[in-house]
Design a protein around this ligand. Sequence first.
Ligand code: 6PG
Length: 473
Amino acid sequence: MQKATIGVIGLGVMGRRLAQNMARNGYRVAGFDLDGEKVATFAASGAALAGCETLEAFLAALETPRRILLMAPAGGPVDAILETLTPHLASGDLVIDGGNSHYIATERRAEALAARDVLFVGMGVSGGEYGALWGPSLMPGGQRDAWEQMRPLLEAVAARVDGEPCVAYIGPRGAGHYVKMVHNGIEYADMQLIAESYDLLHRGGGLRNADLAEVFGAWNEGDLESYLVEITAKILARVDEETGQPLVDLILDEAKHKGTGKWTSQDALDLGAPIPTINGAVTMRFISAYKDERVAASRVLPGPEPALAVDKDDLVATVRDALYAAKIAAYAQGFALLRAADQEYGYHLDYGSIAKIWRGGCIIRAGFLDKIRAAFARTPDLTNLLLDPALGNAVAARQGALRQVVQWAAARGIPALAMSAALAYYDGYRAARLPANLTQAQRDYFGAHTYRRVDREGSFHTVWEDLERPSQA
Ligand code: 6PG
C-alpha cells in the first residue's frame, strides 16, 4: 500500500479537518487516535486518508523519515502522546505539535527530542474548523531544517491572501507557539472591545439586535473589516428557532477560556511589557465567570441607569471610531510584547511577516493587518505601532471618539475596561512625564529604595523623616 506523506495523531475536529485539507492538496495522510470512532470518521472523510487503529499500524503507514502532526489538547495529552511515541521515532523523524501548547513546554519537548535527533516544530494553528479545512494561518517555530522540509505542504494547506500563503517560519524553539499565544491575547482584546461596543450600543443606546446586526455588518465594510466583526453581525442576526428570540440574548453571560490569553498576560508581566487592553480582556472574562455573585451584587450595589441620551447615529459613529482606535492600541500592545519577547528569548521575529500571515486564515484576520504589514515594511525596526505615521494618525484622529466613549461608559455605569485601558495606554505612552516620580519618592520614603533625578546623574536617597522619633500621625 502507498505510504502516507504525513501522519496525524489526534483526530478531533481540527486534526481531521487539517488532514482533509492536506488530502485535497494531493497528500496522502495516515491518522491515529485512541478513540476508534474518530478513526472511523477520519477514514470515511476522504480516499487519501488512512485510518489506523494502532500506533504500530500508524507508524508503518508512514514514509520515512516520518512526519507526524500532533493535534491534541495542550498540556498533559501532548506529553502523554510524546511519551508513547518517542521510543518508536528514529533519527531524522519530524514531529509537529499543532495544538495551543505553552511555548515553554514546546522548548522543553524540542530539547528532549533533539537529544534523539528528532526534529520538533511547535506550530500555532489558527482559524478554527473552517480554517483547518479551507486554509488556516500557520505559525511554525523550531529548527529551520524542519521548516524547509515541511514548507511545501504547509504552504499548500495554508490560507492565501493576494496569492501569498499565510504561513512563514517564525523562529527557533518555542517561537511559533509564542506568537500564537500573543495572537490569542490580541484575539481576546479584539473580542472584548467588540463586546464593550455592543454593550454601549445595546444597553446604552437601546439598539435592538437586528439593528446591531446591521451596524456591525456596515462596520465590516469599512476600516473595521475583519472576521470577528463579520461573525458578530451574523451572531446578532441569529434568531433562536425554538423561542423566536434573538439567540444572543439567550446565551449565558459567562465567558470561558482555555488559557492562552491568561498566558499572554502572565508572560507580559514577567517581561515587564505593558498590555493593559489584553489584561483587561482577560480580567473581564474572569469577572463574567462570577455570575452568581454579580447577580447578587446587582441587587445591592447602586449605579446609574445605562441609557444614554445621545443621538443614535452619533453614538454608532462614535463607538465605531473608538473601536478602531482601541483596536490599533491593542495590536500595538501585542506587537510591542512580541518585541520584548524577541529581545528576551532571542527569537529573531519578523514582525512584518507575522502581520502578513495574520491577514488571512486566523481568527484576528482583518484588512487592518495589511496596514500593520505596511508599517513594518516602512520601518522594520518600529518600536511601537503607535509611532507609525499612518497608524498613529489613525488613533490621534479618533482619540476624541475614544475619550467620549470612555466618558459615556463611566457616566452610565457600563464597564468598558478594555476601551479605557486602550485609552490609558495611548495617554500613558505619549506622556513625556508620568506621576512615577511620586511613586519613586514613596518607595524611597518607606523603603529607602532610592531614586534618580532629572537634573543630575546618580542614585539618591532622602532622609524623609527622623527615624529616631515616632511620627506625629
Ligand atoms: C484560533 C483560536 C483557537 C482558540 C479558541 C478558544 O486561533 O483558532 O485562538 O486556537 O483555542 O479561540 O480560545 P479560548 O477558549 O481561550 O477562548
